[in-house]
Ligand binder design. Structure first.
Ligand SMILES: NC(=O)c1ccc[n+]([C@@H]2O[C@H](COP(=O)([O-])OP(=O)(O)OC[C@H]3O[C@@H](n4cnc5c(N)ncnc54)[C@H](OP(=O)(O)O)[C@@H]3O)[C@@H](O)[C@H]2O)c1
Length: 323
């Protein structure tokens, strides 16, 4: 495993980490999660990602049970949660967003569900247009001083919003955000590579990037239809199937995936490992969060670092740039 500093913090996160969106509770129970964590930790993974909004908080409960029964020392791994969407289908106005109240309550609830005394990383899952950024910065700073979280960050905020939070924290001697959690993969590059450049340069933000396989699309498995049991086939995720495949946007992306799969065939490479390793070429990536619904996928994906050597081939790297 490689380890990278989370931005300019002293925290070293494993280049590959493991997340639970869609999978935990829906496809992965606590017994399987325990085996998955064992495999991850043995491979050197030290960060596990979660959120109040994943399966209405139940993803955190599965993770908490699994980590507890695995019994590894708390100082050997990091866990996260995220606040914004709320932990039930129809949250009340006080049960969602980034108000001081909800940020504080959601943290306390995540600690209970995850069965930990503190969160290593705590993210604002989206920006909240109805709450002043100052209030959220204060709420996060207070959670740090209370010892309930160690680092706070944002997810899918605009560069401008991150700048505002950072500058307010600096001007008031509060703790600024340490990391962003953006999507980043071969199909989704613009925000990470262009919009965020100033915040990387000025603030040295760390990043925990999501969906390295674009929800599985970059494995190539959706090119002949939607396989049974795959993410795009799941009940409750019809919106995702439309977004990934059936919409005009989805069709345009599937054409890009076809092009990508042709390249991997030409070089005789596994598209899954190549797509994951590709994310790590960018020095502003601190950790790539993997997703997997079974042990075989996880075992394969954890070997992606072996693929970094393929980028010594300038022709391959250039071909991928054009996907
Ligand atoms: N902050 C945010 O807004 C945000 C948003 C999304 C995700 N995230 C975080 O990022 C993590 C990773 O995102 P992600 O799950 O979307 O990652 P991903 O790598 O793009 O997709 C993972 C999914 O692809 C399929 N897959 C993975 N490996 C495979 C393989 N070897 N062969 C065939 N299929 C394979 C599996 O789905 P199936 O087997 O079900 O098809 C798996 O669950 C999440 O768990 C979450 O922690 C954050």
């Amino acid at each position: 495993m490689q380890y990278r500093n989370l931005g300019k913090s002293g925290l070293k996160v494993s280049a590959l980490s493991f997340g639970s969106w869609v999978t935990f509770h829906k496809q992965v129970d606590s017994k399987l999660a325990e085996r998955m964590f064992g495999m991850c930790l043995d491979a050197g993974v030290n960060f596990f990602d979660n959120a109040e909004g994943y399966e209405r908080g139940m993803s955190e409960s599965v993770m908490g049970e699994a980590l507890k029964s695995l019994g590894r020392s708390r100082d050997s791994y990091c866990v996260s949660s995220k606040v914004f969407f709320g932990a039930n289908d129809n949250p009340l106005p006080t049960q969602m967003g980034l108000s001081r109240k909800h940020v504080t309550e959601a943290c306390n609830q995540a600690l209970q569900r995850l069965q930990v005394d503190y969160l290593d990383l705590y993210f604002c899952h989206r920006a909240d247009p109805d709450t002043p950024i100052e209030e959220t910065v204060w709420a996060m700073h207070n959670l740090i001083t209370q010892g309930k979280i160690l680092y706070w960050g944002t997810s899918e905020w605009t560069a401008e919003e991150i700048k505002e939070a950072y500058e307010f924290a600096l001007a008031n001697n509060l703790t600024p955000p340490t990391m962003e959690q953006p999507q980043y993969n071969l199909l989704d590059r613009q925000r990470f590579e262009v919009e965020y450049n100033p915040i990387f340069e000025k603030y040295k933000m760390g990043t925990t990037t999501w969906s390295p396989l674009a929800s599985g699309a970059l494995t190539g498995k959706y090119l002949e239809g939607v396989p049974d049991g795959s993410r795009a086939s799941l009940k409750g995720y019809e919106w995702l199937r439309k977004h990934m495949i059936e919409s005009d946007r989805g069709q345009e992306r599937m054409n890009r995936v076809s092009k990508y799969i042709e390249i991997t065939k030409k070089y005789n490479l596994d598209p899954t490992k190549l797509a994951i390793a590709w994310c790590l070429l960018n020095k502003n990536v601190s950790t790539v969060i993997l997703g997997a619904s079974d042990m075989t996928q996880l075992e394969n994906n954890l070997k992606s670092l072996d693929y970094l050597k393929n980028f010594d081939d300038a022709d391959l790297t250039e071909a991928l740039r054009k996907v």
